[in-house]
Every structure is written in C-alpha cells, then in structure tokens.
Write a protein that binds this ligand. Sequence first.
Ligand SMILES: [Zn+2]
Ligand SMILES: [Zn+2]
Length: 350
Amino acid sequence: MLAVQLTEWGRPPELRDVPIPQPVGEELLLQVTAAGLCRSDLHVMDAAAASFDCPLPLTLGHEVAGTVLAAGPDAAPGWIGETVVVHGVWSCGHCRNCARGRENYCLRLRPRTAGAPAPIGNGLGYHGGLAQAMLVPSARQLVRTDGLDPTVSAPLTDAGLTAYHAVREHADLIDAQATCVVIGVGGLGHLGVQILRDMGAGRILAVDNRADAREMAVRLGAAAAFPDVDSLRTAVTDGVDVIIDFAGAPDTTQPATRLLAPGGRLTVVGSAGARIEVGKDVGLAAGWRVTAPFWGPRADLVAVIDMARRGALHVEATPYPLADGVEIYRRLRAGDITGRAVLIPPPLAR
Ligand SMILES: [Zn+2]
Ligand SMILES: [Zn+2]
C-alpha cells in the first residue's frame, strides 16, 4: 500500500510502498478514507533525531477517518464495515485520568527515553493514517461517524476536537449573557466560533489580522471581527468572560489578559511563542483563570462528530490525492493552504 512516511529527521516525508499491516490481539485495521494534514506534523518532521524518540520510518497522519476492514482475534465485535474516526490520543484506559474520561491527560503517555516527547498515537510516535490502511490498538480509539463525509470528519479528530475541548471547558460560563472572544480564525478558530455559537454564547467577537478570516468569522457567527487585540478593546467595556486564543502569539496572549472581565478565563491553544505573566498582583481581573488544554478526550470527539452530523459545523477542508502528500506538506509549510488540507488515499485492492 502507499504511505507518506518520514524516513529521516529534518527531511521532507516520502511517498513509499509498504506492506499492509495485519491486526493481532485487540487491533483493528482501517481502510483510510481521509487524513488531514496539520502544522504539528511539520514540527515532527523538523525534530532533531535525538529530540523525538521514535523509530523511523514513521507514517504521518493524526487526523484520520476510515472504514473498519478487519479485526484481530481479541478485538471488540461489531466494528467491521463501520465508518469511523480515530481518537488520536492512544491512552491506556486504566489510569486515574482515563477512568475520569480525561484520556487526553493519560498518565501512561510517557517518553520512551527521558527528555524526549512521549509517543501519543497515530502519526505521533506510531504509524498514522497517511496511508491506504492503518492499525488502531483497540476499539477504544474509534468513534462511529455513520457515513459522515470523511473529508469533514477527519479534521474533526484534531482541529475539531481541540477546539471543542477548549470551549467545552467553559460550558458553565457560556450563556446568552456571555461575551466570548476567538483569537485566530484559522483551521481551529473557525470551528471554535461555531462551537461557541452552538453552545449558546450570547456575543462572539473574533480577532484575526487577515481580512478574509475576519469575514469568515462573521459569516460563521461572530458579531464582529477585529484585526488585533487592541482594536477589540473598545468593543468590550464590561470585559470578556471567555477568550480562546488559537494563535498563542506574543502579540495576542499577553494583551488578551487585559480584556478579562472579573471571573473571566483565558485559554491558550496556539503555540506561537506567547509568554504571559500571571499573579495576584499584576493587575489582572479578580478571579482570573488561565488554561492550556491539550487535544481532547474521546467523549468530546463523540460530541463534535454529533455536531457535524446535525449540520451545526461547517468545516473548511479541501481534498487532495494521497499521492500529492509530499507537495501539499510543502505548500502547508509555505503558508499556501487555506482551511484544512485532507489527503484521500485510493481504496485498497483486495
Ligand atoms: Zn494536529
Ligand atoms: Zn491512562
């Protein structure tokens, strides 16, 4: 089968012909129907050999939709033929965070060697979905999509789940009175606006320095959109209850702390180098809270898939053939891709 694999650290990936894996134990084999490309794949490629402890070659792809083709002898029954997405945090299922439904903070996601990033799941330490087929360790990694278009469902496993989880943390504050701000209306932020709207946020404001992104934010439910945090300030005389910063840049996160209403919360999702100063004596609104969630638990993936099936979530995604994967990564790095790029593998000949 064809697979887009990283064969050497610090080099672009390659399209290769590799054996079709066979499921053993509890594993299930998916025919991949779509796999999204994510900027964090670029960080994996760029990792120095010593800093990412993972055997190569590695098939990339942590946003995967597929159809279950085959199951190992000990796998959960009833999955063959189902259309699914893959929950990309391959958690242990047993630790106290997994028992709490916080699989994204599984205590067993540990580095293979000290100091290296822990392997997380498909495409991030284990073979991923930029291939015609992929193994998952067990049915715990699968969520049924009941035929949802895979070009839509694949990006929901990371872009959608991460945005949903970041917003859902604040469900207790999101009501008809709430003022909420989305900073960065890109692959995650455009979903964040819609998730806030669906959860009933009274007033959604957006910040993005690109005019087309501001236009999209308003089209998807924002009351207004601003080019930077400073220009937003005049519109929020009573402060902001929930700020989701999908940029996480030096010129977004620190200025955003000044917008918080008493009891307000700032959630940092993007990792563009922001540093913030927090403390009881640095002039923040009383009751401030700052969070930096990681990805999301399986239950939130179920919820975001359900939202898409209800027609409440428009996903900006463009399909390309798997064979063009190396070139599409090059364009992603060049900033030449809008919305999510999703690769579509040819069906396996069986
Ligand atoms: Zn990602
Ligand atoms: Zn666990």
